[in-house]
Design a protein around this ligand. Structure first.
Ligand code: BG6
Length: 483
């Protein structure tokens, strides 16, 4: 999308610049925006690292990751040209003296905006922000980007926010949730608010239930230390799934300004029904994967992956949630996410109610429509409706889909979520970033699960390569939609 806010020359200072996220997502995202001509101003990306001492080794590493995402024939030339803008800053520790190295560089071009990207565990945020403040490295046009998870509960998240807010103003803080940068996710707003058709039916009168699934084939990979302290509820639901839920459930904002959009999302989060001991037992399922088989390949259990004999951390969670407001009264929102599932896919399924009166009594199928919004791996929207099977002799029905496939329709490369978000940060547009109060409301709801769950429920084991547990939380005839 063209946007005429001009991006000013900038320094992007990435703490954790040699980390996995930076190599896989952040730096390649800068590369692609540069390749597309969107970064035609002066800029420097300063990768802050503790372990890498030589700029050459950093660049070799980055080159490997960038070329995995680039497909043009003159790749190498472009990558080399882009990497001229990348510098290494080796900080042995976060002491004031060490920060002098950074200070000298950024103060040589005081008029450039500074983007401090904290791609490090949130336990380090306070220390970094305090030193940036002490060394007077924060200017009015500086910004700070915070990667999730922000803390591990409401109190720790509030503490982190308070420290960051003592160095930066709320307008300078970009709390990133990469799901909001995905093309299909952004398209949700267009689907709902730029088309007349669906919005009329978008309510409890017409919709039976809504399902949001984010299924992953991968296990915990090399993140055992992080994951075992976090689990699926905090790693995926607290942020990504709740943000999807907000976009599906929110009221139309009066305009597309950051605060108008975030105010509506906040109202959804604040209307989420809190869990108690009894509902956490009936409406929340947590699971952990055991050994299994995925696409013909044997895979280990979670405990084997993390090399522990015992752990209560969940790698799967399914929740029946309710939004207590006028539009969604008593409509179940089924949220489900898990690792080591049969296939990787994420989608949102809007299950409409059956027709009020069935004049085709011999039909085998329930008369329902579904709108399936597939976020990944393919990006498409599908409207499932019943159709008559051609031929004489009565009515036989078959569900058929009207499909809108984004890649076919637009024939263009789908940018990675980080590309969009990085440009928004550089332009100062906070619409797709979480505000402090949104985070607080999300934590309040998550805590109502966590506090009650610990006492009331047990972890369910599921075999890798299956769809996991969770059928028992579904009401009536509802079924999980699987790919
Ligand atoms: C991250 C989680 O935020 O999202 C990971 O920490 C998860 O555990 C990842 O694998 C999923 O993102 P995507 O874009 O691949 O669906």
């Amino acid at each position: 999308m063209k946007n005429n806010i001009i991006i000013k020359p900038f320094y992007a200072i990435i703490f954790g610049g040699d980390g996995d996220l930076s190599k896989r997502k952040i730096i390649p995202a800068f590369f692609h925006r540069w390749l597309d001509g969107q970064l035609d101003m002066d800029f420097e990306i300063l990768c802050v690292s503790r372990s890498i001492k030589e700029e050459k080794s950093l660049k070799r590493e980055l080159e490997k990751f960038i070329s995995r995402t680039a497909d043009s024939s003159d790749n190498q030339k472009n990558i080399d040209a882009f990497l001229k803008n990348v510098k290494l800053i080796n900080l042995r520790n976060t002491s004031t003296n060490e920060f002098e190295k950074l200070s000298v560089i950024v103060n040589s071009k005081k008029e450039w905006q500074r983007i401090y990207y904290l791609s490090v565990p949130s336990g380090a945020f306070a220390e970094i922000c305090n030193i940036l403040k002490k060394k007077k490295l924060i200017q009015a046009n500086s910004k700070v980007v915070l990667e999730k998870p922000l803390g591990h509960d409401l109190a720790s998240s509030n503490l982190i926010n308070a420290t960051v807010l003592s160095a930066f103003t709320e307008k300078q803080i970009f709390r990133i949730d990469h799901y909001l940068g995905k093309e299909t996710v952004q398209n949700l707003m267009v689907l709902r608010f730029a088309n007349h058709l669906f919005e009329r039916a978008w309510n409890a009168d017409n919709i039976d239930n809504i399902q949001i699934t984010v299924a992953e084939k991968l296990g915990v990979e090399k993140r055992a230390g992080y994951y075992d302290k976090t689990g699926a509820l905090l790693d995926m639901v607290q942020n990504h799934l709740l943000q999807l839920l907000c976009l599906i459930a929110m009221e139309p904002p009066s305009q597309l300004t950051p605060d108008a959009v975030r105010n509506e999302k906040l109202k959804v989060l604040q209307s989420l029904r809190l869990f108690d001991k009894s509902t956490v037992k009936s409406d929340v399922v947590r699971g952990q994967y055991t050994r299994g088989n995925i696409a013909g390949e044997k895979v280990n259990s979670y405990l084997e992956n993390i090399e522990k004999y015992n752990s209560d951390t969940e790698t799967f969670v399914a929740i029946k949630a309710f939004i207590d407001n006028w539009r969604w009264k008593n409509t179940p929102f089924y949220l489900r996410t898990g690792k080591r599932m049969k296939k990787r896919y994420s989608d949102i399924v809007i299950n409409f109610k059956a027709v009020q009166h069935n004049i085709f009594p011999e039909s085998q199928h329930e008369m329902v429509n579904k709108l399936i919004i597939r976020l990944q791996p393919e990006e498409r929207i599908e409207l499932v409706q019943l159709s008559k099977v051609p031929g004489p002799g009565g009515y036989r029905f078959k569900p058929i889909s009207l499909k809108l496939d984004f890649v076919d329709s637009f024939k263009s490369r789908m940018p990675d979520a980080y590309e969009r978000l990085i440009i928004d940060i550089l332009r100062g547009n906070q619409t797709l970033f979480m505000r402090h109060d949104e985070l607080e409301a999300a934590w309040t709801w998550i805590e109502s699960i966590n506090k009650n769950w610990l006492k009331e429920s047990r972890l369910v084991l599921y075999e890798s390569g299956t769809w996991g547990p969770g059928d028992e939380i579904l009401d009536g005839d509802a079924q999980w939609q699987t790919k």
